[in-house]
Design a protein around this ligand. Structure first.
Ligand SMILES: Cc1ncc(COP(=O)(O)O)c(C=O)c1O
Length: 380
């Protein structure tokens, strides 16, 4: 795959290496949004079936992206916190139970658990990385596996760490959680789209992802997958459209006690958002055409040489395979000064993030070799 910069409207004066903050939009995604706005100018053209068709298409396209044959396990959510609230609402927690998270996890994937453990008298176990830069990712994964035991009710983590791109070995974590009958809930916000994810291989109980980062969609819409563990659960809201046969508008006040099939009860009210749904649908269609495997390879090749140069210059970056290429942390060596580097990057119009003690760099298919080389030259 080659650079897809031409599909975006990026300013040639800037170097945008900050997809983990917010992706830019493709021009075709922008057009889909504008069409969505314009549709509301003529509401008489919005038909009953429009409340369902595009949401169905979006579920199917997302199902393809994560390789599940069950699109009705995929639901539209407004945020990660919403998707995880449905998990929290259905956790049957007891005093002795433990919820396992990794340290410095994104807050939307910590606060819901703090609330439920407090109510149940249970506890959160936070797995911190080793204090060494040698084998950091390998050891961190081992600590996670060692901490899973019969008290573990759930492991909630990302596929990659949002601050430095450390890859968590989800297959190994799934195997261990299955042994002790614990749930596995994944926040895929920084990885879905940019890294292959296979529901059939990982078999998570839930996968939640915001749409505006590696899925390249707009803000305020995301997707969630819920497995069988949540089949008979309670949604956090009771909206009309999630009820069985809501397609029949003339019958809505013959209130129905049943929900739509599988996970659809967890979908947000007004999921048929006529602006955001077509935008995310268009973005995921293109991701599926590209294929996350190719996006991953593109990013791997894009950063391999530059990372090697930065390591030679004393920067500390996890080795390939243990960290993502669409998001990685650069930690400073003894001779570097963070304030100086921040100033240099700002002056060079290079956009990255600063998370914890790392410079977070997150390229994607709209970046090219010259841009990553410019980053290297600016940091050296
Ligand atoms: C890993 C991760 N999860 C979730 C989010 C967003 O959470 P929410 O949709 O609840 O605002 C972010 C935003 O930076 C993130 O990095």
């Amino acid at each position: 795959m080659n650079s897809q910069k031409h599909l975006f409207s990026l300013d040639p004066e800037i170097t945008y290496l900050n997809c983990a903050y917010m992706s830019p939009l493709m021009k075709s995604v922008e057009e889909a949004g504008i069409k969505g706005i314009q549709r509301k100018l003529q509401p008489w053209k919005v038909k009953g079936e429009n409340f369902f068709n595009e949401s169905n298409d979006l579920r199917r396209e997302f199902a393809k992206l994560i390789n599940t044959s069950e699109p009705n396990r995929c639901v539209i959510i407004p945020s990660v916190s919403y998707g995880l609230a449905s998990v929290a609402h259905n956790l049957d927690l007891y005093e002795e139970d433990e919820i396992l998270v990794v340290s410095e996890q994104f807050p939307s994937n910590v606060y819901p658990w703090r609330k439920v453990v407090e109510e149940a008298g249970a506890r959160i176990v936070t797995i911190t990385p080793p204090q060494t830069t040698e084998n950091r990712a390998k050891l961190w994964n081992e600590y996670i596996l060692d901490a899973i035991n019969t008290k573990t009710k759930m492991v909630a983590c990302g596929h990659i760490h949002w601050a430095d791109g450390t890859i968590f070995d989800l297959e190994a974590i799934r195997a261990r959680t299955t042994d002790v009958e614990a749930l596995l809930v994944i926040d895929g916000t920084q990885s879905i789209g940019a890294l292959p994810f296979d529901i059939q291989k990982i078999k998570p109980d839930a996968l939640i992802a915001a749409g505006y980062k590696s899925m390249m969609g707009p803000y305020s819409i995301g997707m969630a997958y819920y497995g069988e563990a949540f089949d008979d659960g309670n949604p956090i809201e009771e909206n009309w459209i999630n009820r069985y046969k809501s397609e029949d508008f003339s019958n809505l006040v013959n209130y129905n006690n049943d929900y739509q099939p599988q996970a659809l009860r967890y979908e947000v009210g007004e999921h048929s958002n006529f602006i955001l749904v077509p935008m995310l649908l268009e973005a995921i269609k293109i991701l599926n055409e590209w294929n996350p495997e190719n996006i991953k390879t593109y990013c791997d090749e894009l950063v391999r040489e530059p990372i090697s140069k930065l390591r030679d210059a004393g920067f500390i970056i996890e080795e390939e395979g243990k960290r993502a290429s669409n998001l990685f942390g650069i930690r400073l060596g003894v001779h570097h000064n963070m304030d100086d580097l921040k100033q240099k990057l700002t002056e060079a119009n290079i956009f990255v993030s600063y998370r914890g003690d790392a410079i977070r760099v997150s390229p994607n298919v709209y970046n090219n070799t010259e841009e990553v080389e410019k980053l290297v030259q600016t940091l050296m």
